[in-house]
Structure formats: C-alpha cells, structure tokens
Design a protein around this ligand. Sequence first.
Ligand SMILES: [Zn+2]
Length: 169
Amino acid sequence: MVPAAHFDGRRYVCVQVDCEEDGPHPVWRLWQDRASTDPATVSSWYRLFSFAVALATGVVFDVLELPESAAIRVQAALTEAGHTTPVAVWRERECRLFWTRPGLDPAAVTVPGARVRGAGNWVPAPPTPTRRGAVQWAVSPEQAEWQPVEPAALIAALALAGVAGDAVR
Ligand SMILES: [Zn+2]
C-alpha cells in the first residue's frame, strides 16, 4: 500500500505543493518503489500525515473499473454464476472496482468506459474519503473470503451481463 492524497473537506491534500490532481491519488509521484506492506513502515507514514490509503494493483490482484450502470449488471452476473469477489463503489468517478487475480488482459475487456488497473497502477482503499463520500465496499473482502475471482470468470460475467461493446479500449 501507499499513502494517498487526503480530502480535507475542500480539496485533495498530498505532499506536492504544485499538485493540481483533483481526486484520490498516491502522495508521491514516484510511488511504485515506495509501496509497502511492512507494518512499521506503514504506521510511520500515518504518524506523520493523515493520508488516505491507495493499494498497488498488478501484484497480488488486478482491478477492473466499470461504469456504475454496467457494474451493477456485472455484479449480478457474477452472483448468478456463483462467484463472489470484492467490489468497491467509487462514487466520485461513478464507477465500481472489481478485484480479480492478477493477469486480467485489457484487450479482453470491451466494455465502454472500462479500465483495467494492473501493474504500476493503484486503487483507493475503502474507506478513503472523496468529494462525494468515502469509497465503500459493495462486496467486502470478508464476504468474498479474501479470494478475488479468476480473470476468466470476470470476463465471462461481462458477456453474461451483456455489457461488452465492440470498442477495445
Ligand atoms: Zn497530489
């Protein structure tokens, strides 16, 4: 994980004085080499700052970002197929984040407005505060027994939900 810019009620606060990014984002520009899961390192960040938390993607899991309307149908399709995976609602971007095991191929995702967050990317961890409320779990990791679905199962759910378009993004 990596500390993320904190919404102070007016704007997003990070460590860069010239930063104009309006939304949760890692506090450092070159954050990849500083991401850590070491409890001592992580607690030292939060002793110094009151930052939100971003999770690095592409290592333990990938994340598929889907626009809200498609996301609701895909979540239902996953349930129908007997799969559960952690899903977070990021209201500020009007999207939901679906956790999968690493290896989700962006070329296999043809849903308009979808975005695959894999190696070198990140997602805000619930309950990171945003301008439109905290990022929240729709399906918590506990409910999913800490097991993200296989990428193939998520791709199958996109087809089952009928949300896959022609345009490859
Ligand atoms: Zn910033």
